[in-house]
Write a protein that binds this ligand. Structure first.
Ligand code: SF4
Length: 363
């Protein structure tokens, strides 16, 4: 039995409106109209939790360096992370790399296009597997992600949490039932673009929406009441301290642990400031993470900026110290690196900002 909402509307006209809008206003993106499932896959992983505008620069660089799944599988993880640095959520890059190896070992280097096979790869859930299959080979498969969830919950004026339970199942079923017989890639992309460009989270532009006449939330003047997502955790303020320890044209860097946030990425020694200590005391503690010294090093403030990680708002205060004599009692995973080689290391976005500040001003 199909969804009762579909019984109430002229579904063929709905589909025609969606496609007609897409022909005029759909976004032109480098991974669209592409029959190569590898490129679609890379784009979909990059787009998780990340805006299209951000992904655009990274995607071209990544696929230029790793043009096939075989190239990606053969690369060192450090290099893969290097090409991912700044995109955040590095677990995505690690899973992609592991999955590429699995494709080479188990699928003879051919990215599968069946969703059941795709879902055996690390990091691929129902949405991503269906997206790869439908976008690269036009299969008749539903997709449901943040943009289409917003669009559907408004079209239906559907109360409740759309990310789980009955409503989530209903939206998946409806997304499948509404698909046209052919041209599902365009249809699915059109729905995503409508959600992203017209039915936006804060200011849905109903006057420009081709689906206005089908929309229950618009009819009830309640568009921004949907979707009814669970409340986000409260933002917590934290302070981080980083230290640039420099000797001539070398700086001290440290590789983060292999698990946890920013696993295996490089950083200038950094710690979280305890509210009971001064920034300077925290900076001395950060030095101790990378090198043993009995001296209290003279430090000066170098850079302060704020950034966000999940539900944390981080104030990062970076200090610097210049040594006449090189300290040699390095802690494990720490090393002196020439400034010229900083660009070859994979840093998280905030740490990369420190690295760039040194490269621009400090040579
Ligand atoms: Fe979204 Fe408005 Fe279109 Fe409804 S009419 S789908 S609320 S943009």
């Amino acid at each position: 039995m199909q969804d009762p909402w579909l019984d109430k509307i002229d579904a063929d006209r709905f589909r025609k409106e969606v496609i007609a809008w897409y022909r005029r206003h759909g976004r032109v993106l480098p991974w669209r109209n592409c029959a190569d499932p590898y490129r679609v896959w890379v784009s979909e992983i990059m787009l998780q939790q990340t805006q299209v505008a951000t992904v655009l620069g990274y995607f071209d660089r990544f696929v230029a360096r790793f043009p096939t799944v075989v190239d990606l599988a053969a690369a060192d993880e450090a290099e893969v992370l290097h090409y991912w640095q700044g995109l955040g959520y590095y677990r995505r890059a690690r899973n992609l790399h592991q999955a590429a190896k699995k494709v080479v070992q188990e699928f003879d280097g051919c990215v599968p296009t069946e969703p059941q096979e795709l879902r055996k790869l690390p990091g691929l859930g129902r949405y991503t597997a269906n997206a790869i299959a439908t976008f690269s080979s036009d299969q008749r498969l539903p997709i449901l992600e943040a943009n289409t969830i917003r669009l559907w919950t408004r079209l239906l004026a559907a109360p409740g949490d759309p990310t789980k339970g009955t409503l989530n199942r209903r939206l998946w079923n409806l997304s499948e039932e509404v698909l046209p017989k052919n041209g599902c890639a365009d249809f699915n992309q059109a729905l995503m673009d409508l959600g992203s460009e017209v039915c936006t989270a804060r200011n849905p532009d109903c006057s420009k929406c081709p689906l206005e006449e089908f929309c229950s939330a618009k009819e009830q003047d309640r568009a921004t009441e949907f979707p009814q997502l669970p409340k986000r955790p409260t933002i917590v303020n934290v302070d981080h301290v980083a230290i640039v320890v420099r000797h001539r044209d070398h700086v001290l860097v440290r590789q983060r642990p292999d698990a946890g946030r920013w696993a295996s990425l490089w950083e200038f020694p950094t710690c979280e400031r305890d509210k009971s200590e001064t920034w300077e005391q925290a900076a001395q503690r950060a030095i101790d993470l990378a090198v043993q010294t009995k001296e209290t090093l003279a430090i000066a403030e170098h850079l302060v900026f704020k950034h966000g990680i999940m539900h944390f708002r981080v104030t990062l205060r970076c200090f610097k110290t210049t040594l006449r004599t090189k300290l040699t009692s390095l802690r494990p995973r720490s090393r002196w690196t020439p400034l010229d080689e900083l660009e070859r290391l994979a840093f998280s976005s905030p740490q990369r900002r420190i690295a760039y500040s040194l490269l621009e001003n400090g040579r």
